[in-house]
Write a protein that binds this ligand. Structure first.
Ligand code: SAH
Length: 388
């Protein structure tokens, strides 16, 4: 089963990022298929996993830590639970231009003798750099995560960086001097451009701000969202809740096929982005609510309201009891569950199966080549209703 990818081996094996880097892409898909088949077998036979056409360099968001290696500034990743940085040049899952931007920033730091943050003392300036981009619009965003707010030699840094990488549309600085695994800090300033970039998915535009949740593999996100639409078999007279909607991506794509969508999301800045996205796409039949998704459905159910379908895309921890209880109370005909964690998916499907829902289809999608993460879309319908 274990197959080395001779021509595509990652030279930096210690960064902790890609746990399946030693397997050929075909072998990775086989592993993921087996995991889903084994884990979810009580619910039926999963469909063959939808793999990526081009599994290398797929990430549209990449972050690298910056540190000193003797006299030189280098960048890479910290191994989990470690303060030792593994230099990573030409990361094989990062976008190629993002790799070039990291290299240029390290060169500029070395040329101008600028400082990097020291984890131990809390002194020094540059901590991380995050690069996000859109393949469709060609726009790039660079976020400097720094230990303090001043930016030494800012003008020359920006001028050189933009000259070498003219596709950069915005540069942002985020200050974070706390010892935390969360990379972005609370104070964020736009240094160049308007602080966000735009992407297109399934024919709709989406604004991406530095902290927005946005799927990292754009090509496969289209596959994932189209799968959710296909499985839902939505109709023009249906009302839909897009629970855990983030910036409204899935709901906005589904809105073309249904009467009305309500997106529910806990994070206020994601809701603001979602409202902006609805406006620029002129989507009139969608609205967003900033609330706990379970609480929202509880209120709907207790006021006697119903919906035809709920699309749910929870974080890795899956849904909580409150969500699942209120979902059952609300009783939609269809549930489309988009999951990034098969273990919590299984747990939640077990709950819903006991409460009268039937698993009709299980479709794994590979969003994260070279890592063992698997995304899965599941259609459940209320028992005793016609499949079509
Ligand atoms: N569907 C979106 C985002 C999925 S990520 C997309 O595909 O882009 C999961 C989202 O759930 C995050 O935006 C997170 O802020 C939100 N979230 C987490 N717990 C929540 C809760 N209890 N109620 C509503 N939203 C929640």
């Amino acid at each position: 089963m274990k197959q080395y990818t001779k021509d595509k081996q990652c030279p930096f094996k210690k960064c902790g990022g890609c746990d399946l880097r030693d397997f050929s892409y075909a072998a990775q898909l086989e592993l993921k298929q087996k995991e889903i088949n084994d884990l979810l077998k009580q619910f039926g036979t999963p469909e063959p996993i939808k793999g990526c056409r081009t599994p290398d360099h797929y990430r549209n968001k990449v972050q690298m830590a910056f540190a000193n290696n003797q006299r030189e500034v280098v960048y890479g990743n910290y191994m989990p639970q470690s303060h030792t940085l593994t230099p990573v040049k030409d990361c094989m899952i990062a976008d190629r231009k993002a790799n070039k931007i990291f290299e240029d920033i390290a060169d500029i730091w070395n040329e101008l003798r600028l400082s990097v943050f020291q984890e131990r003392s809390g002194n020094g300036f540059l901590r991380y750099v995050m690069v996000r981009h859109s393949e469709k619009t060609g726009q790039y965003m660079v976020v400097f995560i720094t230990g303090n707010a001043g930016f030494p030699k800012k003008d020359i840094v920006l001028k050189t960086l933009l000259q070498r990488n003219p596709y950069i549309k915005t540069v942002v600085q985020s200050v974070n001097n706390r010892p935390t695994s969360v990379i972005l800090g609370k104070n964020t300033f736009t240094l160049y451009g308007n602080g966000y970039i735009e992407d297109e998915l399934c024919g709709k535009k989406f604004r991406i701000s530095p902290a927005s949740f946005y799927q990292v593999n754009t090509a496969q996100t289209e596959v994932l969202y189209k799968t959710a639409v296909e499985l839902g078999k939505f109709r023009k007279d249906e009302t839909v809740i897009d629970a855990y909607c983030g910036t409204g991506t899935i709901g906005m794509i589904v809105s073309d096929y249904v009467k009305e969508v309500t997106g529910v999301e806990l994070n206020l800045s994601a809701v603001k982005d979602a409202e902006y996205n609805a406006k620029i796409n002129k989507v009139k039949n969608i609205s967003f609510i900033c609330e706990d998704a379970g609480k929202h459905m509880e209120n709907l159910a207790s006021s006697g309201k119903t919906v035809d379908a709920v699309i749910m895309d929870p974080p890795r921890s899956g849904s909580d009891e409150r969500f699942l209880e209120s979902l059952v109370l609300l009783g939609p005909k269809k549930i489309v569950y988009v999951s990034c964690n098969p273990e919590t998916l299984k747990r939640d499907l077990e709950y819903l199966a006991k409460e009268g829902y039937c698993v009709m289809k299980i479709q794994p999608v590979d969003m994260f080549p070279y890592t063992s993460h698997v995304e899965t879309v599941v259609l459940m319908t209320k028992k005793y209703i016609n499949r079509n």
